[in-house]
Design a protein around this ligand. Structure first.
Ligand SMILES: [Ca+2]
Length: 573
């Protein structure tokens, strides 16, 4: 490609020889795939991709939840730096000027387009793409009848006085549905159609492309078309071997199955420490997950088939990943949202043209925060010096090399009234988790798991005196990457309703620029203004609406409220 004649001037000179990127994300997909050794699930297309790329068997997301995981991997920043730990905060409110991975490719002459869920659902990022993120329009989540039923549930919730935000987050239809329909009648089928159409156009364009395709199955609800359910006998899908909470674990180490309980037919799901779903329901869920995985596998097969047919496969880097893991009954739990292996370990396959490691497996530890620098390296783009990961280039060339010494994940948990953050370090031999109070940084509790003798993480051995040295060492490693410092957690501060109009005057005497955010009733931040050093502003607001002023480094952080009729706040150290 590098010798390609320059027919179209500077544009083609800029892009000559640059490989395309096909960036495929799958929602809530754990490594439940043939190429990861599962002999029951049917994933021939992803397995074929693995045969031609490098399969990472120890890749970890930085936080096992859609929005934080994606915000982190697409900015190349760890969750504490991007300051997105939940589903409410958009990274543009916390790091407004960050250059995302696709945005960096755009800046370097690529055309970047997104189809389906790349950033979190309702938080697409306009700056990242040449056209707005395209979402399915004609397909449906459920069958028509079930959608009508869901409408009824929503009307009922409104009549009961539940707020729209609550309804949007928690009123769901059934957790599974089997309808005999076409692929394109479901979101992921339509996403493939849209992406294939884009691929035709992008393959002909003069600039290289960064095409992101985000699939939504096997996220709940499990709604693959019937033909994918028919691939499996639910009785033949093995159940989790450890359907109980880990021994001696802190209760907060597990989530309470809240996500599953939002679905009307699983509202009675017990928390892991209180009981277990009946077998029929367990098998139904696992069957649905497998159907979703095979459905998405078929979509990926189509997509890669078109990449081939259009003659682009030889010049396209393919990245395939699941944004977080998922528990299918392990620890008596369902869904993600913990620091455990089942939730933090994710599938990752990278196939880059001409890479020596293609078709092999890399079993060293890697992190999703490494993807950004890796793709910069593969495409020969300059990388921002703020990135917190490392390039996996040498592992792609020599997959047998050792990976990282340690990888890090974290999870936020509300505990009584105090928000906690569990910071996890995972090495080849152990996982150590330090739970800290967010507001003070003080330690709430610790966990230690032996990944060699206890790969399912069934026993917390943090209390055993002989492990004191291991814990001390891991704590040091953890605190180097995740330093102890007080942090403002999600929804720690939220607006109360008020009709009283007031003014808040802010005067910046800090000697550095700060960003002012308004906090809404959900605790989500909304960017208001960048207040330069020496600058002053007046905000017309309501009495009980909080504002957060933060320096770029995050070191200065102050929450301000107005007072009647006006409050003057001088920002000083
Ligand atoms: Ca997810």
């Amino acid at each position: 490609m590098s010798g390609f004649p320059s027919l179209i001037g500077s544009q083609s000179t800029r892009s000559a020889g640059r490989p395309n990127v096909l960036f495929i994300t799958v929602d809530d997909l754990r490594p439940e795939l043939g190429c990861y050794g599962n002999r029951v699930v049917k994933t021939p297309n992803i397995d074929r991709l693995a045969e031609s790329g490098v399969t990472f068997t120890r890749a970890y997301c930085q936080q096992a939840l859609c929005n934080p995981s994606r915000a982190s991997l697409l900015t190349g920043l760890r969750p504490d730096t991007v300051k997105v730990w939940d589903l409410r905060v958009h990274f543009r409110e916390t790091v407004p000027e960050v250059v995302t991975l696709p945005q960096l490719f755009r800046k370097n002459g690529y055309r970047a387009e997104a189809y389906g869920k790349i950033f979190h659902n309702d938080m697409p990022d306009r700056k990242s793409w040449d056209i707005p993120n395209v979402f399915p329009q004609t397909s449906r989540l459920y069958s028509k009848g079930t959608l009508e039923h869901l409408d009824y549930l929503i009307l009922k919730a409104r009549a009961e006085g539940l707020g729209e935000d609550y309804i949007k987050a928690h009123v769901r239809g059934p957790a599974t549905e089997i309808e005999d329909c076409r692929d394109e009648d479901r979101w992921d089928g339509e996403i493939t159609n849209l992406a294939v159409r884009a691929l035709y156009r992008l393959a002909d364009a003069r600039e290289p492309f960064f095409l992101a395709v985000g699939y939504i199955q096997p996220h709940l609800p499990f709604v693959a078309p019937k033909e994918y359910w028919d691939l499996y006998d639910p009785q033949a899908i093995p159940e989790a071997v450890n359907p109980y909470p880990p021994k001696n674990a802190l209760m907060i180490s597990l989530n309470a199955n809240d996500e599953l309980r939002d679905y009307e037919d699983f509202a009675e799901t017990p928390a892991p420490w209180k009981g277990r779903l009946p077998e029929e329901k367990r098998r139904r869920l696992k069957h649905g997950y497998y159907a979703g995985v095979s459905f998405v596998d078929a979509q990926i097969g189509r997509l890669l088939g078109f990449l081939d047919r259009l003659g682009q496969a030889e010049n396209t880097i393919v990245v395939f990943l699941g944004d977080n893991g998922f528990k299918l009954g392990e620890h008596g739990a369902w869904s993600k949202m913990t620091n455990f292996e089942d939730d933090t370990r994710c599938p990752l396959i990278i196939r880059a043209p001409g890479i020596a490691g293609n078709s092999r497996t890399a079993s060293g530890l890697v992190e999703f925060v490494d993807l950004y620098p890796t793709l910069c390296g593969l495409a020969g783009l300059p990388r921002p010096d703020t990135l917190q990961g490392v390039t996996l280039g040498s592992l792609l060339e020599e997959p047998d090399r050792a990976g990282k010494d340690a990888v890090f994940s974290q999870f936020f948990r509300r505990h009584v009234s105090a928000p906690l953050m569990g910071y996890s370090v995972r090495t080849m031999t152990h996982r150590f988790v330090e739970w800290r109070y967010m507001d003070t940084g003080n330690v709430f509790g610790e966990e230690l798991y032996d990944e060699v003798r206890d790969p399912h993480e069934n026993v917390n051995i943090g209390d055993i005196p002989e492990n004191r040295k291991v814990i001390e060492d891991l704590r040091t490693v953890l605190r180097r990457t995740c330093p102890v410092r007080p942090r403002r957690g999600p929804a720690l501060i939220a607006a109360q309703s008020s009709d009283l109009r007031v003014e808040l005057e802010l005067i910046n005497e800090l000697g550095e620029e700060v960003t002012v955010y308004e906090i809404d009733a959900d605790g989500a931040r909304h960017w208001v203004h960048d207040l330069l050093s020496g600058e002053q502003m007046v905000i017309d607001t309501f009495l009980t609406h909080p504002y957060v002023v933060e320096s770029l480094s995050g070191e200065f952080h102050k929450v301000c409220y107005a007072d009647y009729p006006r409050r003057r706040v001088v920002l000083q150290r």
